[in-house]
Ligand binder design. Sequence first.
Ligand code: ATP
Length: 373
Amino acid sequence: MTTNKTDHGGDIRLSGIAKTYGSFTAVHPLDLTVPQGSFFALLGASGCGKTTTLRMIAGLEEPSAGTVHLGDQDVTALPPYKRPVNTVFQSYALFPHLDIFENVAFGLRRRGIKSVKKQVGDMLDLVQLGEQARKKPHQLSGGQQQRVAVARALINHPKVLLLDEPLGALDLKLRRQMQLELKRIQTEVGITFVHVTHDQEEAMTMADTVAVMNAGRVEQLGSPTDLYENPRTTFVANFLGTSNFIEAEVDSKSGDDIVLKAGGGKLVLPEARCGAATTPGGKVLVGVRPEKISLTHADDAGEIPEGRNRINGKITNGSFIGVCTQYVVDSAVCPDFEVYVQNVDRDTRLVPGADVVLHWSPAHTFGLDAAQD
Ligand code: ATP
């Protein structure tokens, strides 16, 4: 495909963009920059305002306040068709009576372009449908139809492609394939993709940067790794996987670390990974991802290396789920605390009722403001 990689329109800048419907605020004033050429995901639960935000970028929704810039150009007042932006929706909206070639050629023909063969051919090759050009949409699978929709949106060389839950209608296996496929296409064409999804795994697989939205606000913005490793709120921590939380209180500082009191024990947290006040007496919600935790039978506790966070517990449940065994542990320091532990060596003594020590590296610990929610 012959995309001009030198002019991709610049960053998308949303400044104070907001949307209200009567007295209801769907999107609170929002400042957001989507870097040119990035694969950017707006991630959140149903109703959090992600589609509204996308539609304001497209020009399909008029903002109640704020501006939308594409590079240096203020596009806030431009109608959708005058913006260098195209959108792919969940419903592919292909023309059923036209074959795949003509569906993709449609945008070119509408602009009066006569010789479309090469462009459409290149585009069908890009989405790996070169062999299907003369089929009708109903003769293709859902994933193939979605790729036609992407080809049709890309044929006019938009500077930004907006994708509104484009994989929502596909079954899980096809969705996984299409995630990789869309990522490959984005890398190849090099333009900015903004992708709306409620599926955290989808956002993590595809996007360079993810904006996690909650109730009309961006709760946290970052790379998938950063959001997973350093969530700043319980919402983000829970939305992007399973987290264990321990209520703790700041005891003291030790170099770059904070020492916390939790029940009768102590936990260490790097100060840089703490999103709460670090003064002694401050309340911190300590989080740790299940797969970062190791489980050792209490009889072998002496073998646990120095410097690891540890809490005592009793196994209440264990289930083998293929790649790992998932344990539920009642913690001795926090009576209602349960832990799902993965990556544990097989040990026939790790059965319900067994006394165990849960231990993990301080580097895999994060701290949240206990008063935030
Ligand atoms: P979903 O994944 O279900 O599409 P979303 O995060 O994309 O959800 P939006 O479609 O942006 O959410 O909607 C945000 C909020 O604004 C919702 O509560 C929705 O009901 C409300 N809303 C959207 N459009 C309108 C409208 N035209 N009039 C009134 N309320 C609206």
